[in-house]
Design a protein around this ligand. Structure first.
Ligand code: SIN
Ligand code: FE2
Length: 219
């Protein structure tokens, strides 16, 4: 695994996991899951999305990948980041400013995420912090070039992954999920079950942090 990759298994216990799912449900009225589309082709993604935080990651046919302050369908500001997530960021991100976006991806039993690098943030020195909830998934991490060597790890509910340092600019994706491996997502709220992944990001470069220098060795 590249430098800057951290895997923190079972970081969140069952009660914390349930509280995070409840926060997603509590936000439904203003920030329901919607189905995003690829730039240009308009092809729908296989995950449903929503966001927490002052900025949210969105994509559609016309304007492509970007951050927006409001939900594309309701027009409402994204709900604020739950305290548990802000605390996690403080503990693991090693960054002098809070996260601005938390993308919420809901993987159905057949959803995947193709290999990609997160490129849409200005604050490229800030780690991406990811939380897995619900069914297990096989997460794959490669290098800075597409098509290079990869390694995989099966992520379970409550696990945290940090993509910092070199790993921040490495290809990664989700090969598959393992349906029925968790009872966290109730059938009533999440028909078909599946997996929720939360990824926190710093988007803009913080105005001024005296003495702060970005870590060395980014790829
Ligand atoms: C992502 O890279 O955006 C998702 C990672 C994951 O679902 O674990
Ligand atoms: Fe990503």
């Amino acid at each position: 695994m590249p430098d800057g990759f951290r895997y923190l298994p079972e970081y969140f216990g069952r009660d914390d996991q349930a509280a995070l799912i409840q926060a997603v449900l509590d936000a439904r009225a203003s920030a329901p899951f919607w189905r995003p589309a690829m730039p240009r082709t308009g092809q729908p993604l296989s995950v449903l999305m929503t966001n927490f935080g002052p900025l949210g990651w969105v994509t559609d046919k016309e304007k492509g990948y970007r951050y927006e302050p409001s939900h594309p369908e309701t027009g409402a500001a994204w709900p604020s980041l739950p305290q548990k997530l802000l605390s996690l960021w403080q503990e693991v991100a090693n960054y002098p400013a809070p996260p601005e976006a938390c993308l919420v991806n809901w993987y159905a039993p057949t959803s995947k995420m193709g290999m990609h690098i997160d490129w849409d943030e200005e604050a490229t020195d800030a780690a991406v912090v990811s939380i897995s909830l619900g069914d297990k998934a096989r997460f794959r991490l490669g290098g800075p070039k597409r098509g290079g060597k990869t390694a995989s790890v099966v992520l379970s509910s409550g696990d945290v992954v940090v993509l910092g340092g070199d790993a921040r600019r490495c290809y990664h994706g989700v090969d598959r999920i393992y349906p029925g491996t968790s009872t966290l997502l109730g059938e009533e709220d999440f028909p078909g079950g599946g997996r929720i992944n939360l990824t926190m990001r710093r988007v803009t470069i913080p105005a001024s942090f005296p003495g702060w220098k970005p870590p060395q060795g980014l790829c």
